[in-house]
Design a protein around this ligand. Sequence first.
Ligand code: N2P
Length: 355
Amino acid sequence: MKKLFSATMVLALIVVLAACGSTGDGGKQELAKELHVYNWSEYIDPEIYSDFEQEFGVKVIEDTFSSNEDLLAKLQAGATGYDLIVPSDYMVAIMIELDLVSELNYDNIPNFKNIDDLFKDPPYDPGNKYSVPYQWGTTGIGYNADELDEPPDSWGYLFDPEMAAPFAGKMSMLNDSREAMGAALKYLGYSVNSTNEQELEEAKQVLIRQKEWVSAYDSDGFEDLLAAGEVMIGQGWSGDYFAAAEDAPQVWYIIPMEGGVIWTDNLAIPKTASSQYTAEAFINYLLRPEVGAKITNYTWYGSPNKASSEFIDPEILEEPAIYPPAEVMAKLEFLHDVGEATAIYDRMWTEIKTE
Ligand code: N2P
């Protein structure tokens, strides 16, 4: 009996060792010492990085980019050393097409279950094979509510010669080809995804005419320019303006009546990442209900994490300019990959900036 028992033990040990593979580390993958995140500026509560380091012993190092196009250019130029990136919807599609991002291993991201069904299986990444939604928001107009007599409820305040001229030298625009062209296209009554060269040419002319009034093309500090009184009005992203309004209550944000851009930014792992496993561990951490809420309570952007809702400030959840009502939502468009027309957008943007 005794002999049989030990034979079983030996057999069990062999089975366990075989399951562990040749690494002899118990089958578990190891976390890297560092995680390099390439993110938009001010897009996460920095405490989240230190909390993660505290709990997992992984130091998070962040570098920032200002537009999807900059992020793409950086990866295409062969940048290595980024483990996690935050591309918007249409850029996820482009990166999948270009084979720049890795398929995710959802065994390491069980908290994906916390994501709202509305954000799962998006058209830009069917089945979320390559990306996990991070935050969502809109693009509209930020303004100084003390200085303006009425809310600037139309893109005309940025583009129409009569309406915009009073803000000459006190106006900012996003330094972003798709966003700037998108706003001009919307002002003209066209789609933000137009590929019609005539429409794009009209939008370009609108942006060239506008240069006379614009004092800054800025995607990183546009809300600070407004808060500091350096500009009175500008194009920008919802959350950054609201975050600035906490300290500068004259800062406010509106979605123009013509509509604007709605976007979802996503977590994705570049093919060149040094530890996919560590990046997935971090994604899983970000998807915890409390951590998801901590992101939104800092950024003032919408959270796709349903389980986070109970921890998000009611002030944010109840703000219609952050979570717009259905009739406003209906006027918003997602940017899509415009395929070959991307080259036209890029060329026109260069022409606008260098005119
Ligand atoms: C955060 C920028 C939001 C990203 N500062 C816009 N897609």
